[in-house]
Design a binder for this molecule. Structure first.
Ligand SMILES: Cc1cc2nc3c(=O)[nH]c(=O)nc-3n(C[C@H](O)[C@H](O)[C@H](O)COP(=O)(O)OP(=O)(O)OC[C@H]3O[C@@H](n4cnc5c(N)ncnc54)[C@H](O)[C@@H]3O)c2cc1C
Ligand code: SF4
Length: 498
């Protein structure tokens, strides 16, 4: 249980970050190395409360609370406190296929529901998770696990993001023969092209994919299902198919002037940046450069923050992030009680970096874009906005209305639209003939089967744009269902069945 009095004696300490001013000069991860001793001390704060909401992931009021893969958090906190790192790794690997991803970029809903957090700062669960898996790789404890027997059953997985990778890993360990089709030139989904290198170094993603390859999984890249190979061909050739195509159809802002040169989708910008960073710029597309430009990111979420960090490293002249909503409160409000995910103000890595470079937080709240304005050459030159306020209408509903006299003109040569996603790309789903619900694949959680015999769906394609840890959960769960479908029973683990 950690140290019996640890939560009283020891203060929360997080792993340090590199100096924001210095890290802007490179594309390496922003986190700094941390010691075993720090992690052991932090593990001692876990009080093994007996009601560990931290390890039971669920959704409360539309947000995740607790760990969706049911990580055995109190157990490995204790093992790390006692210096038993290898045992901690064994426990961690029982529930999470890729802790090196979640330990770096998960928003840690486990910490929001940690019992210590009722009165004090939560246990640093995410840092401890990362420390365990990083130590596992450093010490050579993680080696390829090649299945002893093959069942002769074949499975095609469409999409190589965390959902596709997790289902491939589970089903491969069950002895099936797995082929993962990926339309991009590199596997990894949003882990590879989406989340920037500063948050998750691409060597970390490639290390895991190499391991999966050594274990027998075939990744077929630059192959778009629906174009390069048809859905019919996959259904005919494989015993089962899993659709893990993500939810990457970007939401647009079709305002006057949208066609101006210099207005881009966030994902196009982030993808081009990572491709260029990985050294294939000339072959694979345009590098959208922010150097010397006044940059505006429209959208107050994490994707927007990743755009800020990227533009800062490209040496932009200025940076602003527009959010539709007001600034969040500094502490939980009455309608956001523990163990819900805390909806409170926080300063992301990108915001710290913008402040270090320009002296202020780049965020503007309750703001709405009215139009884009271009110059005589069709290039973006400015953006017009108005402030909004939340009011209650006659039926008692909250609505936003413009505040008269708050119109403003912002000079801008680059605008990045990061206002969310509309769901999965539809053509491939239509080719499979799967039913959709609000654009997402219709497949009930826990069953994951679609209306088409032998075709399953998981991850963002099924639940909409979400989190890596949910993608891993769904990858594991769909694997068990597919194994059951092919073999009549399954010994793969499941939290849905608990
Ligand atoms: C910019 C950004 C930053 C994010 N940061 C975080 C974060 O810090 N923490 C977090 O927990 N979550 C984050 N998320 C969300 C998280 O990345 C996703 O929820 C997760 O990656 C979903 O996994 P997935 O496997 O379902 O889909 P994806 O990761 O989207 O992978 C789907 C894959 O399918 C491929 N594909 C699609 N159609 C086809 C086809 N027809 N044929 C072949 N391949 C196809 C795509 O190319 C893609 O590689 C972020 C999302 C974005 C956009
Ligand atoms: S995967 Fe996320 S929610 Fe689960 S223990 Fe790790 S940081 Fe917490």
């Amino acid at each position: 249980m950690g140290k019996a009095t640890g939560f009283i004696e020891i203060k929360r300490e997080e792993a340090a970050e590199r100096d924001p001013k210095k890290r802007l000069n490179d594309w390496k991860e922003y986190s700094a190395p941390f010691s075993d001793e720090l992690m052991s001390r932090q593990g001692a704060r876990c009080m093994d409360c007996g009601t560990p909401f931290c390890h039971i992931g669920t959704e409360i009021n539309g947000a995740t609370s607790g760990c969706p893969v049911y990580n055995l958090i109190p157990e490995w906190n204790d093992l790390v406190y006692r210096g038993k790192w290898k045992e901690a790794l064994e426990r961690l690997e029982k529930t999470n296929n890729f802790p090196e991803f979640t330990g770096r970029v998960c928003p840690a809903p486990c910490e929001g529901s940690c019992t210590v957090a009722i009165s004090d700062p939560a246990v640093t669960i995410k840092n401890i998770e990362r420390a365990i898996i990083d130590k596992g790789f450093e010490n050579g404890w993680i080696t390829p696990r090649i299945p002893a027997k093959r069942t002769g059953k074949t499975i095609a997985i469409v999409g190589s993001g965390p959902a596709g990778m997790a289902s491939a890993d589970q089903l491969n360990q069950a002895g099936h023969t797995i082929t993962v089709f990926e339309k991009a030139d590199r596997p990894g989904g949003l882990l590879m092209y989406g989340i920037p290198n500063m948050k998750l170094e691409k060597e970390v993603v490639e290390r895991r994919i190499d391991l999966l390859r050594q274990e027998g999984i075939d990744f077929v890249t630059s192959t778009e299902v629906g174009k390069d190979i048809t859905a019919e061909e996959l259904k005919a050739k494989y015993d089962a198919v899993i659709v893990c195509t993500g939810a990457q159809k970007q939401r647009d802002l079709p305002l006057q002037g949208r066609e101006a040169e210099g207005v881009h989708f966030a994902m196009d910008y982030l993808t081009a940046s990572t491709k260029s960073l990985l050294g294939t710029k000339l072959e694979e597309g345009e590098w959208i450069d922010a150097e010397g430009k006044d940059v505006i990111v429209i959208g107050g979420g994490d994707t927007g923050a990743d755009c800020i960090a990227t533009a800062l490293r490209q040496n932009c002249n200025s940076i602003v992030q527009f959010g539709k909503h007001p600034q969040l409160p500094l502490a939980r409000t009455e309608d956001n009680a523990w163990p819900e995910f805390p909806k409170v103000f926080s300063v992301d890595y990108a915001h710290k970096e913008a402040e270090a470079k320009f002296g202020e937080d780049p965020r503007q709240y309750s703001i709405q874009t009215k139009k884009f304005v271009k110059d005589e050459n069709g290039k973006l030159k400015e953006l017009h906005t108005v402030q909004m306020k939340k009011v209650t209408d006659e039926s008692g509903m909250f609505v936003y209305e413009e505040v008269p006299g708050t119109e403003k003109v912002w000079p801008a040569q680059l605008v990045l639209i990061a206002i969310g996603f509309e769901g999965p790309e539809q053509p491939v789903l239509q080719q499979f003939g799967v039913d959709t619900d609000n654009r997402k694949v219709k497949a009930v959680y826990g069953e994951f089967s679609t209306n088409v015999e032998g075709v399953f769906a998981a991850g963002d394609a099924r639940r909409g744009q979400s989190l890596i840890v949910w993608a891993i959960n769904e990858g594991r769960e769909v694997a068990r269902q597919v194994d059951h479908y092919l073999m009549g029973s399954s010994s793969l683990p499941s939290v849905a069945a608990m």
